[in-house]
Design a protein around this ligand. Structure first.
Ligand SMILES: Cc1cc2nc3c(=O)[nH]c(=O)nc-3n(C[C@H](O)[C@H](O)[C@H](O)COP(=O)(O)OP(=O)(O)OC[C@H]3O[C@@H](n4cnc5c(N)ncnc54)[C@H](O)[C@@H]3O)c2cc1C
Length: 494
């Protein structure tokens, strides 16, 4: 009998996408080595510690931990213990401008239905339509299609996942949420549109008018049972820790502070070149496959002259991606109102309102000492502002003060209650996660770039793969885990 030669895989980046790919491949018998430029693994889903507080850098809530969800499936395959987690219910409390009662996005379907009927009278046919689209798309997604397909094997996986009810979604492939609102006579419902803009921007990076309808149907339904959003006990780092444990158990290696500076793929044996950030030494390594857990913009840079022209042009012509500004507060628990939900969204009144997405730690969830709490507030901001002429430190101070002032309308924040303040700008994300200009979340989910029209895991270069939120944007750690699972199946079939 012919034995298959054990193949070697290099993974560039130890974000959740890279670690999941590495863990699954190591478990399936591949020789795996992960290189990451940072000191701590986890990328946008890692943490940092200050004065007894543990702050989640970016991601604070997790989808896909329910039974059959993508994280659950991966933990089962890796034979890892499930991390302890609690449901977020409501998943989010959304405060619209000049309103002091929130719209609560409840986990229970019926409760959420009653809430939205009360909040947005006459919109139920629109929500029911979205729900039908969601279930059709969800059933399709759970049969593991490969989108977009790039060869016959991919196309076969896609075909196998299709059913009659999937075909019912096809006519909406080119529609946006804006089109659906017009179709249901809701185009002038400003309150509903504002709510949708706020919620969708978190996932799709763009407003309701531009968000692809089929994507929105899923994004707006992940908060409800049997799915749901979870808060991990300990911190977000638990996710990376579990994956690292699995990689090392199965003989894989992870080298931190090893920046990859080039990926070369023209020969059969793929090559990466890099720099050891501790010693300054140059190094290189070769493998059968290279999996890049970086943004598509960074990917093109790493390929250099080898980047196919059409691919590089497409990336260069993408609409500007999102950048984020985040404020991390360590506070005494008295700063938090009673019954404060784990996640909130605030929108200011005004011509150019700006919004904050807020995550609050729970007593005993591992993020703060007893009697204290963390508040993390993030907002999307314009990259041009951060890379323009304004003084960087002044800009950072102005953004921090504005965020704290906005938070003070809900939380009791003053010199006595605030213990620690820190902020991350696009420059911070660029420095600590290597992401081009600090862009976060992936490519915007417009019709031109979602699902069937997005970036594929299979790149134009044979045996060089892209994993992470450029191929599965907007769905956070769940999306990048799905992209990892896809790449692993593709490598196995190669
Ligand atoms: C403010 C904010 C809030 C968010 N909130 C949520 C949330 O609540 N829930 C959720 O699910 N998601 C959330 N997300 C999104 C989520 O964090 C990301 O989508 C996900 O973590 C991205 O994972 P990734 O593996 O694709 O990439 P990354 O996390 O960016 O990981 C990439 C890794 O590659 C390394 N790397 C990059 N370049 C190189 C190189 N040249 N050489 C070596 N190593 C390199 C980096 O150091 C990093 O460790 C949020 C993101 C942000 C920024």
């Amino acid at each position: 009998m012919l034995m298959k030669v054990r193949q070697k895989i290099i993974v560039v980046g130890a974000g959740i996408g890279g670690l999941t790919t590495a863990a699954l491949l190591a478990k399936r018998g591949y020789e795996v080595i992960v290189y990451d430029l940072a000191i701590v693994a986890g990328g946008c889903a890692s943490t940092f510690k200050r004065r007894g507080f543990t702050f989640d850098v970016g991601a604070t809530q997790v989808a896909g931990l329910e039974s059959g969800g993508i994280h659950d499936r991966i933990f089962k395959e890796l034979e890892l213990e499930h991390p302890e987690a609690t449901y977020c219910d409501p998943a989010c409390a959304v405060f619209l401008p000049n309103e002091n009662q929130p719209i609560n996005v409840w986990r229970d379907r019926q409760k959420w239905k009653l809430e939205r009927q009360r909040q947005f009278p006459n919109s139920e046919p629109f929500w029911n339509f979205l729900e039908d689209l969601f279930w059709q798309s969800w059933r399709f997604q759970s049969r593991d299609p490969i989108l977009p397909p790039r060869n016959i094997w991919d196309a076969w996986q896609l075909l196998k996942a299709l059913r009659i009810d999937t075909l019912a979604t096809v006519p909406y492939t080119f529609s946006t949420v804006g089109d659906a609102l017009r179709g249901f006579g809701l185009a002038s419902d400003k309150r509903l549109r504002t709510f949708l803009d706020l919620q969708l921007k978190l996932y799709s990076q763009v407003n309701a008018e531009e968000t692809a309808l089929l994507y929105a149907a899923t994004a707006l339904a992940v908060s409800q049972a049997p799915l749901g959003l979870f808060h991990l006990n300990g911190s977000m780092q638990v996710l990376s820790d579990r994956l690292i444990e699995s990689i090392e158990r199965d003989g894989g290696k992870i080298l931190m502070q090893h920046e990859v500076t080039a990926i070369r793929g023209e020969r059969k044996r793929k090559k990466v070149k890099g720099k050891n950030l501790k010693t300054g030494e140059a190094w290189s390594d070769g493998a059968d496959h290279v999996v890049a857990n970086v943004t598509v913009n960074n990917f093109v840079t790493l390929l250099g002259d080898e980047a196919p022209k059409g691919y590089a042009n497409r990336v260069a012509n993408l609409k500007p991606a999102s950048v984020a500004f985040v404020v991390y507060l360590g506070v005494v628990r008295a700063a938090i109102p009673d019954n404060c939900p784990p996640h909130l969204q605030f929108l200011e009144a005004g011509d150019k309102p700006h919004s904050l997405f807020i995550s609050v730690s729970k007593e005993g969830d591992g993020r703060a000492p007893a009697g204290k709490a963390t508040i993390i507030a993030s907002e999307f901001t314009d990259a041009a502002v951060w890379y323009g002429d304004e003084d960087y430190q002044e800009l950072k101070k102005r953004f921090t003060e504005r965020a704290i002032a906005q938070l003070s309308e809900y939380f009791y924040l003053n010199e006595q209650t605030i213990i620690h303040v820190e902020a991350a700008t696009p420059q911070t994300f660029a420095r600590y996660t290597g992401r081009d200009r600090g862009i976060v979340g992936g490519v915007g989910m417009r019709v031109s770039t979602f699902g069937p029209f997005g970036f594929a895991n299979r790149t134009p270069l044979k045996n060089i793969w892209l994993v992470g939120d450029s191929t599965h944007p907007g769905e956070g750690t769940a999306g990048v885990s799905y992209s990892a699972m896809t790449v692993v199946r593709q490598i196995e079939s190669a």
